[in-house]
Write a protein that binds this ligand. Structure first.
Ligand code: CDP
Length: 225
């Protein structure tokens, strides 16, 4: 019997990973997992419960009390934190401003990676994040590392956020992306880095359809074996 197929999509903040991952999953009828949503939901819990990032006991205790679940509807990310739907709130600025510091904590990463590996054990899956091709699924059959011009990334995210919060500024969004990229690439525990066998996809000048076609061309050989 064929082993299940894992597609790992990693890359910088707001460079279209989840748009591509969702489109691929939908086309291939694979499960889609947005690993960033998990770190964001953990961050929301830590903020609400004032968990100190220096107190290892508190962190371990908090992680025991966090139960995350994905509810896959129409290939959008629907995530619950202890049965509360938090899909919108995890995209707000307070979470974006704190997520990279919390995602750098060893205890947090170990717990999330364990849960992510469980999700990919027996299913065909597309997962996007920062360490999917390096740490979560180092044996993934296809790894894509996405990148795009930082100004283009900021403008895309600004447009998304502005629709819900007209007070947001482009500068604020640009700074947040730059800060997260800095923390994500320089942390000790599984930093954001391209896996040696990942294919680079710079989508600065590509439409979503062109990106999907690029990825489908790479997936095709995997489906025929
Ligand atoms: O969608 P966006 O690019 O803004 O970020 P995200 O995928 O929602 O991830 C939010 C944050 O979670 C990242 O900036 C990382 O700090 C962290 N993250 C991580 O450390 N490892 C992952 N596999 C996914 C996200």
């Amino acid at each position: 019997m064929n082993k299940n197929i894992v597609i790992a999509i990693d890359g910088y903040s707001s460079c279209g990973k989840s748009t591509l991952a969702k489109a691929l999953a939908q086309k291939l009828h694979f499960i889609y997992v947005d690993s960033g949503a998990m770190y964001r939901a953990v961050t929301l819990y830590f903020l609400r419960h004032h968990v100190s990032l220096h107190n290892h006991e508190q962190i371990t205790e908090a992680l025991k009390n966090i139960h995350l679940n994905f509810h896959s509807r129409d290939y959008q990310t629907h995530i619950t934190l202890n049965d509360e739907e938090v899909s919108d709130e995890i995209r707000h600025m307070p979470v974006s401003d704190n997520v990279s510091a919390i995602a750098a904590l060893r205890e947090v990463r170990h717990e999330m990676v364990k849960q992510q590996q469980r999700m990919g054990r027996s299913k065909n899956i597309v997962m996007d994040g920062r360490d999917i091709g390096t740490t979560v699924f180092p044996d993934a059959q296809l790894k894509i590392f996405m990148t795009a011009d930082p100004n283009v990334r900021a403008e895309r995210r600004y447009k998304e956020l502005y629709a819900k919060d007209p007070d947001i500024t482009l500068e604020e969004v640009f700074e947040n992306l730059a800060h997260r990229d800095y923390l994500d690439t320089t942390r000790e525990e599984s930093p954001l880095v391209r896996a040696a066998d990942a294919i680079i996809l710079d989508n600065t000048n590509l439409t979503p359809d062109e990106q999907l076609q690029f990825a489908l061309d790479k997936v095709k050989p995997l489906l025929s074996v």
